[in-house]
Every structure is written in structure tokens, then in C-alpha cells.
Write a protein that binds this ligand. Structure first.
Ligand code: CA
Length: 471
């Protein structure tokens, strides 16, 4: 069995005995006689393939949801995913900015393996070399091949040229925008970066977050009778800081204007997630839908710019390889298969979403595909113990980081090596590099070995000239 596939026993609901366990109890002779009968019984009680919804928030502060301790902005619907599912307490994204993280989510691979190391900068349809390389298989390709209806609602940010657009990357449907950010209020089809339905620019008059919610609910309604995959990528709570009075009025107690607007934007997204969950219930598919919630990077909580998000107790922000850039909320709900109210504490990464979704769908991955992510289902169900990942890596240009066990090595240009024990120092305040040179050396060697598998970035940092293409 390929490592990405979930044994049938690991997909059975909690508390049920697996077929293999049962057969072992019976003994080989009886097992052979009963195998066919058990298969027939299983077929009768197995529900259909689960629906899969991956919700990506944009630039959400680590501390800005209720289950992470947020006090000034209620997020009851996001929190409900933790109450009814699994909350990962040590979850990361593969990059501290938007586009590379999304490349990692969609491919299950470290995006530096294929040169998608940086944000692409403002995109035009004539940018034919800047986007998620067409050589890469996406989770939408995988699920579409398994019979799923596939759609994206929201921010794409993986290339604007026709061959990079979602409909060419495994998505049947696209409603949203192609670039990295968008006004929430000016949604004219005639603007330079319009909202698209498929390939057609559309006029919208509502608040963009509400528009995306409407489209997500519509997608569920239209596909409720078949397995579907919805990639719902709100651009909330990314700048520009814009909210409607309806949401602003919820926060009269927040005096600081930017934080108040942020709260309103987040509240709109939380309402939207509530509407999606309500639609799943109405459609009778709630319990057999796997819902993932993640942010694409940490909050850009700079004093005078950014979005007034809060990453505490983590160090630093979006754009850095400190925990404030790469450690994010990650929630996973699938009531029919996974326990509710559970936390999972071993380190995981956004690259795990593709193999986890593929396993849930019982979709086959191409045999030659090198996936860095791990199927998390057996871990969160307690069927597998130990660490899903022996080691995790980050590279965002010069800044690099390595995580093994509780140890994290940070290498930033013009600074000495930094080594932190995240078990006792989640805020990365006490550099232990001088005290633990052997760990610095071990992690440094592992980092070099990983980097030897990567290629040069296909383009430079956002806003800079393109780097020479890697050969
Ligand atoms: Ca982002």
C-alpha cells in the first residue's frame, strides 16, 4: 500500500473495530469464509466519499481567534471547527508570505523544489513565466481525478497568464481574483484586476468577503449530490483595511481604528465560515465533510502598517522565519471520522493538507510524485504515534530555519546562528546556539542536505526584477 493511502481500518469511525482486527480475532480459517460477507456489509454501511473544503485565511494573526485566546474579536464559527474537530497546536506554513505558501498547500511539496520561493509581485496576463509551474500536480488535479467536482472561490495568487489560471490547474470552477490582494469595496469589472467568474470579469456591489461567502454557499448547493472539493481562499484579513458599517458596528469598544477595521474584516470572514457550515448542515453533508482552516502566514503586525493583527506570544511577523511568520492556526473538522475537541501537539505543516485530503478521498497520487507532506488522519486518530515529520525546513531567500523535535535553528543574514528550544521558549527569546553547538551542527547539515534538493528561485522577491530562470 502506498504510504499516502489510508488503510481502511484507519478510516473507520472512532470506537468501531477494524476489519483486520476483527478477522485476526476470528482466526484465519473463519476469516477467509467471512471476508466476502464483511466486504458486502462494509459497502452497505460505508458513507460516500467525503466532501473536502480547505479554507485559507490571509495574514491572520496567530492570537486572533477565540481558541487561541483572542478576547476582543469573537470568532465563534472558526472556533467551532476546533470544538467539533482537531486543533493543531504546532502547525506551520511552508513560507511566511502568501503565494509560496499557497503553492505548497496545492502541491504538498516544498515550493522551493520547483522555484516558487517568492511572491510574484503584481501579475498581468502577459506574465507568462510567473506562476505555479505547470509541471506541478495540484490537490485539485488529484481530487478531480478521483471524481470530485472542484472549485476555488477567492484569491488565487499563483499566476495570471491563461495557462496558470485555476481552470487549467484542476479546478472546474473559479470565482475570485488572480492577484495577491484586492479592494473589498471597489469590485467593478472594468477595474485593472477584476473579479472573475471563470474567465469573465463581473461587476459586484457587495462587500468582497460577503461575495465570496455567497459563492461558496452556491458551490455547495450546486454540488451537494456529488463529492466536491472547495478551496475557499478569503483575502480577509489582508490589506487594504476596509470593512462595511455592518461589521464595524460590532466593535464599538475597540478604540484603535485599524484594529477595529481588522476586527470587522475578521468578523465578516467568521460569519462566512458560519454560513458555509450552516449550508453543509442544510444539505445534509456536514458530518461527512472534511473542513480545514489555516492562515497562509503570520500576521503582518508592524506598528505603522500591516493589518493590526496580533501574533503573541510568537516572535516577529509575516515575512520572517521566526514563529510569528510561519506558525499558524490549523483546524481540521470531519465529524464522521475524527474526534471533536481534540488537540494535536506534534509539529505539522501546510504541505500535509494534500496527502490528508487525498487519503480522505481515497484518491491515488501519481506514483512518481514526491510529496513532502504526510497524511495526518492516522496521527490525529491515534492510530499512529510518533512524529509525522522527523524534521521541517524553511527557506525564504537568505533567511532559513530548521525544526527538529523542540529545537529550531534560525539562520538570518548578518546575524549569528540562533537556536531555540520551542518547548520552553515559544517566543524565541533565548539563543542557545553557543551552549548547544552539536545541535547547531546537526541541524545545519540537515539544512544543507535539504537545500541541495532545491532549485534557484524562478523569480525574484515581489517588486524586484526577475531572477535568471533556473536551468
Ligand atoms: Ca498572506
Amino acid at each position: 500500500m502506498p504510504s499516502d493511502q489510508v488503510p481502511e481500518d484507519e478510516l473507520l469511525p472512532s470506537g468501531q473495530i477494524g476489519r483486520r482486527d476483527f478477522l485476526a480475532l476470528l482466526g484465519a480459517g473463519a476469516a477467509a469464509l467471512l471476508t466476502d460477507r464483511l466486504r458486502a456489509l462494509e459497502a452497505a454501511v460505508q458513507p460516500g466519499k467525503p466532501n473536502i473544503i480547505v479554507i485559507v485565511a490571509d495574514d491572520l494573526g496567530y492570537a486572533d481567534i477565540g481558541v487561541h485566546g483572542c478576547k476582543d474579536i469573537p470568532t465563534p464559527n472558526i472556533d467551532s471547527l476546533a470544538t467539533n474537530g482537531v486543533r493543531f497546536t504546532d502547525a506551520h506554513v511552508s513560507c511566511p508570505v502568501c503565494s509560496p505558501t499557497r503553492a505548497g498547500i496545492l502541491t504538498g511539496r516544498y515550493q522551493q523544489r520547483f522555484g516558487h520561493e517568492f511572491n510574484p509581485g503584481p501579475l498581468k496576463v502577459t506574465d507568462v513565466d510567473v506562476g505555479l509551474p505547470v509541471s506541478q500536480v495540484t490537490v485539485a488535479n488529484v481530487l478531480k481525478s478521483a471524481g470530485y467536482a472542484t472549485g476555488i472561490v477567492g484569491k488565487w495568487h499563483l499566476g495570471a497568464a491563461p495557462h496558470f489560471q485555476p481552470q487549467k490547474r484542476g479546478f472546474d470552477e473559479f470565482f475570485g481574483f488572480l492577484d495577491g490582494s484586492h479592494s473589498y469595496l471597489d469590485l467593478k469589472a472594468s477595474m485593472p484586476a477584476p473579479i472573475f467568474r471563470g474567465t469573465e470579469p463581473v461587476d459586484e456591489t457587495d462587500y468582497l468577503t460577503d461575495v465570496f461567502t455567497r459563492e461558496a454557499v452556491s458551490f455547495i448547493e450546486r454540488h451537494k449530490s456529488e463529492p466536491f472539493f472547495l478551496y475557499l481562499t478569503y483575502n480577509a484579513v489582508h490589506t487594504p483595511m476596509q470593512a462595511t458599517q455592518k461589521y464595524l458596528d460590532r466593535f464599538p469598544g475597540i478604540a484603535e481604528e485599524r484594529r477595529r477595521t481588522y476586527a470587522a474584516m475578521l468578523s465578516a470572514m467568521d460569519d462566512g465560515i458560519g454560513a458555509v457550515l450552516a449550508k453543509l448542515r442544510e444539505a445534509g453533508t456536514h458530518d461527512n465533510t472534511m473542513v480545514v482552516f489555516i492562515s497562509d502566514n503570520g500576521g503582518p503586525s508592524f506598528p505603522d502598517r500591516g493589518n493590526a493583527s496580533n501574533n503573541l506570544p510568537l516572535r516577529a511577523t509575516k515575512g520572517t522565519v521566526y514563529e510569528g511568520g510561519i506558525r499558524v492556526p490549523l483546524l481540521l473538522q470531519w465529524p464522521r471520522r475524527l474526534p471533536g475537541g481534540k488537540t494535536y501537539d506534534n509539529p505539522v505543516i501546510s504541505l500535509d493538507i494534500l496527502p490528508t485530503a487525498a487519503a480522505a478521498a481515497r484518491a491515488r497520487l501519481p506514483a512518481d510524485l514526491k510529496i513532502d507532506g504526510v497524511n495526518l488522519l492516522p496521527y490525529v486518530r491515534g492510530r499512529r504515534t510518533g512524529q509525522p515529520h522527523d524534521i521541517l525546513f524553511w527557506r525564504f531567500g537568505e533567511p532559513r530555519a530548521v525544526r527538529k523535535g523542540n529545537w529550531k535553528l534560525v539562520r538570518v543574514p548578518q546575524q549569528p546562528d540562533e537556536l531555540y528550544d520551542l518547548a520552553s521558549d515559544i517566543g524565541e527569546t533565548k539563543n542557545l546556539a553557543a551552549e548547544k553547538p552539536e545541535i547547531v551542527e546537526e541541524l545545519g547539515k540537515a539544512l544543507a542536505a535539504w537545500e541541495s534538493e532545491l532549485i534557484a528561485p524562478l523569480w525574484g522577491r515581489a517588486g524586484t526584477a526577475l531572477a535568471p530562470k533556473a536551468k
